[in-house]
Ligand binder design. Sequence first.
Ligand code: SAH
Ligand code: SF4
Length: 386
Amino acid sequence: MTPVNLLDLDREALADWFESIGEKRFRATQLFRWIHQRGECDFAQMSDLARGLRERLSGVAEVGRLPVVSEHVSADGTVKWLFDVGAGNAVETVFIPEDDRGTLCISSQAGCAVGCRFCSTGHQGFSRNLSTGEIVFQLWHAERVLRARLGTPAGQRVVTNVVMMGMGEPLQNYSALVPALRIMLDDHGQGLSRRRLTVSTSGVVPMIDRLARDCPVALAVSLHAPDDALRDHLVPLNRKYPIAELLGACARYLPAAPRDFVTIEYCMIDGVNDTDAHARALAELLRPRIACKVNLIPFNPFPASGLKRSTSERVAAFASALQQAGLVTTVRRTRGDDIDAACGQLAGEVVDRTRAAQRLAAAREQPIALPSTRRQRAGDQEFTWR
Ligand code: SAH
Ligand code: SF4
């Protein structure tokens, strides 16, 4: 019999499972604390559980761990792990230490089906959804390893913030995501605050509405363009859920959200979406519709993209144009550059199972003529958005 992976179960599900094997429901809280608060995976060490129960558990349950393919530590303290999720797939998790917090960037899928032009994960194509246990394991492992390494006192956390900004579109793996979020939020589990747990989405509108009902956490939306014509090409999901619908979902989300704003992510790509006119259009789009903060992410290049990062002068000018138009704007500092741990670079060693990279490359080589107003310059190579 395959053992039950205890990382798959939120506390309610764990209590149900205990009941189903004839044990008391409250045992779930005890076991949950051992696993998620103390990072314990050896039942023999769980001293306040009866010996009989510990022995029973070791036959039928386990803390499901993923093999670590590699761990890299950057000069700036950023740590990147690559975990093996089987069948030639791997996912990445990145820890970013700052003075006042420690942020863990977690993956939700092996690959991604959305296929954004500027994202290395999108170029790899989609392999599969991660299970709840595989999502939770990334936090469980990072907290456990870092705490031991740093000698962090009991009761304190190393990872204080979690962002679902690794590989994959979390809202396209909703049924595994929500129990994982609940485990991260549970006071007897990882105990994160809702304000410090962020789901980032490319805009799966119906699931934003469901998240507001099921498990509202901080929301970040990857916009990247001020109009549908450009966003259709950068984020193909826009053809299904265009900008007006997406911003409508953000406005509906806010009353349930733990923060009174939505973070708008905007990847700065040279000559594609980074002019002052784009900044003005973005401000005109957002200001009347939604309480938000804009986070500019300088594009992290990878060879297959054919795109370039906006210059730092352009990023600064864009940020100041947004600020003058009344939008609170920050620029994301790139971390872990020396270990390829930056946003959108998280797919280095993952197998391309769907040939998406070739399809995207072919699409770039065969531009379809469009009116010149929709021609964009990307670096020194001109191409036309389809
Ligand atoms: N799928 C979700 C979350 C994962 S991507 C989403 O798209 O929001 C996390 C963030 O990294 C997104 O804002 C995404 O647009 C950004 N990103 C992806 N590729 C990037 C790249 N090459 N350079 C900079 N940011 C990138
Ligand atoms: Fe998927 Fe997000 Fe990358 Fe787009 S940016 S391909 S949604 S992971």
